[in-house]
Design a protein. Structure first.
Length: 369
């Protein structure tokens, strides 16, 4: 091949590479990668966003903060937006995982409830990294009829005694018991029940909590953070430690199926964990512009109200209240009254030492050894 021909061919190849790179960049700018909890979005939310903006959404799901954190800490996740819970957001932001929010790009930020922003700021100072998405409580989901059959009319469904008294749980074993596979939340809940600091830094407290969990272990069918939704709805289990909206989704599915299963949710009178799940932009996000467009879209009152009406969680958007379905707005399990909110407690960031204690102890509980 002659030198001019070689130069011509090199130019063609270089031009093709430039065009290819430009096309890839354009594709990146039209694609948003989101990693969110399962069963946590409206039926048409993503489709309507794409229709409105032309931005394609690649949407993946997880069912525990620990799974999300593993991906985030490994680096280069490929996700633009992720949804950690408050205490995990706090720890991960300290590790430089997230990009600080440029609120000038979020005109709908004004729709958020100032009081709920203050609550979220307990873990995210000045609301620097996260957009509070949904308020979560960790309580008890139960099959009304089966629990009554097992424990009588006076079953303590408004108390952690229902689950944490081994003699009660043993009576519920045959109809099926599920625990969240969320060690930080499970330990905080048990510590609180035992009268200890739910965010204790004393390893001895976790030994006491593990002793109780091992006594309960023979009555627990499985540990999972999403399977219990369908299992409650279908009547395959009768009790679960679960998240408010998930349990209420199960209740709604049973109602829609007309299968005779009656599911209720209780925030125990002793108190329970309360926190936000938050949308955050990853520091290495490839499409921050699309991420901001999606966050602003989520803060449109009708959009977030539709999500709450679907997933049965309280959103942080004050302007959305008028668009909520009455059965959502007036449900104390979704929008807890003041006296119940006063007994909710947050999760805090733990030291690596306590994290290791929790991880080892939880493995022991799950295996029963």
């Amino acid at each position: 091949m002659s030198i001019p021909a070689k130069k011509w061919l090199s130019g063609v190849i270089a031009g093709a590479l430039i065009v290819s790179s430009a096309v890839a960049l354009a594709d990146d700018q039209k694609t948003l990668h989101i990693y969110n909890w399962s069963d946590y979005m409206g039926k048409d939310t993503l489709k309507n966003f794409t229709k409105q903006t032309g931005i394609k959404v690649v949407y993946d799901v997880f069912d525990s903060n620990e799974v999300l954190e593993g991906k985030l800490m490994a680096g280069s996740t490929g996700y633009d937006l992720v949804v950690p819970s408050s205490n995990f957001l706090e720890r991960q932001s300290q590790a430089g995982i997230f990009a600080p929010l440029d609120k000038s790009k979020l005109p709908n930020y004004k729709n958020l409830d100032p009081e709920l922003l203050k609550l979220a700021a307990q873990n995210d100072h000045d609301n620097k990294y996260g957009i509070p998405y949904m308020l979560v409580t960790t309580g008890i989901g139960y099959n009304v009829d089966k629990v009554k059959a097992a424990l009588g009319d006076n079953a303590p469904v408004d108390s952690w005694d229902l689950i944490f008294k081994p003699e009660n749980l043993a009576k519920l074993k045959s109809c099926g018991v599920a625990f969240l596979d969320a060690p930080s939340e499970m330990y905080a809940t048990v510590l609180h029940y035992l009268g200890k600091d739910p965010n204790s830094a004393d390893p001895a407290d976790y030994t006491a909590a593990t002793d109780l969990l091992l006594k309960l272990r023979p009555s627990v069918r499985y540990f999972h953070s999403s399977q219990y939704i369908n299992d409650l709805a279908n009547g395959d289990i009768c009790v679960a430690i679960g998240w408010s909206g998930d349990v209420l989704q199960a209740a709604n599915r049973a109602k829609e199926a007309k299968n005779g299963v009656h599911i209720a949710y209780s925030i125990p009178k002793e108190g329970a964990i309360g926190y936000f799940d938050n949308f955050a932009i990853t520091a290495d996000a490839k499409n921050k512009d699309a991420a901001y467009q999606f966050l602003n879209y989520l803060m449109e009152p009708k959009v977030i109200a539709d999500i709450s009406n679907t997933v049965f969680y309280q959103n942080a958007n004050k302007a959305a209240t008028e668009y909520l379905a009455p059965e959502v707005r007036n449900n104390p399990g979704i929008y807890p009254p003041a006296e119940v909110r006063a007994k909710l407690f947050p999760l805090k960031v733990q030291s690596p030492k306590i994290d290791r204690v929790i991880t080892r102890s939880w493995t022991k509980v799950k295996t029963g050894k």
